[in-house]
Design a protein. Structure first.
Length: 212
């Protein structure tokens, strides 16, 4: 069975750790793991042995996004969707559309949490449009549903999602001028954002372990 060493400690992760929520870590007796394995490599190995669709990562950012923000969102979503994770976003334009495109092209699943009461407002790359009729209050649904949030760029709406995420004790990764508030982990680019988000997922699993 593929094994990976967590950066957060000496525990070993087996491929069954992501089998069903809540996460479990199983430290096998006498197992030897490869040192220096990245979080992305660990998830790639785990994804070959266990379904990861129940792990939801939120992609948040402005409707009117710069080209660099759209490119970053697309690259991040392509990487995460390709690993078999489910992504969630606001389902409309800008960063949301770019992330949806990247996820779709990688064969991933993008869920769009829409502010209106019909699915017609979703961008063409959303696989599952979910109309809420909640308006901007749907930002709380996105933040609550995701295990980790990645903020690409900033706007008032993005700031509210970041605030909800932090309020719900979710890891929040930021780049490309994401809101600069205490609690957000800022990174320099898409690849660093992917690694930080996956590392946060593994760290959250370790944190939530019962005492052994």
């Amino acid at each position: 069975m593929e094994l990976a060493r967590l950066d957060t400690g000496a525990l070993l992760v087996d491929a069954a750790m992501l089998d069903v929520p809540p996460w479990r870590l199983v430290p096998p007796e006498g197992a030897v793991a490869e040192d220096g394995l990245t979080a992305r490599a660990a998830f790639a190995g785990l994804g070959g042995a266990a379904a990861l669709r129940h792990i939801v990562v939120g992609m948040i950012g402005p409707r009117e996004a710069r080209a660099s923000q759209r490119a970053a969102a697309e690259r991040i979503a392509f990487a995460l969707g390709g690993l078999g994770l489910t992504l969630i976003c606001g389902g409309r334009t800008g960063v949301m559309e770019a992330a949806s495109k990247g996820c779709s092209e990688a064969g991933g699943l993008m869920i769009g949490i829409l502010p209106g009461s019909t699915p017609e407002g979703a961008n063409a790359h959303v696989a599952i449009p979910l109309p809420t009729g909640l308006g901007e209050a749907r930002n709380m649904v996105i933040a609550k549903s995701a295990r980790v949030l990645i903020a690409v760029g900033g706007s008032y709406g993005t700031l509210s999602e970041v605030a909800y995420g932090l309020h719900f004790d979710k890891p929040v990764i930021g780049l490309e001028a994401a809101p600069d508030v205490p609690g957000v982990t800022h990174v320099d680019g898409p690849d660093a954002a992917v690694e930080a988000a996956l590392g946060a997922l593994l760290a959250t699993a370790a944190r939530d372990l019962p005492s052994m």
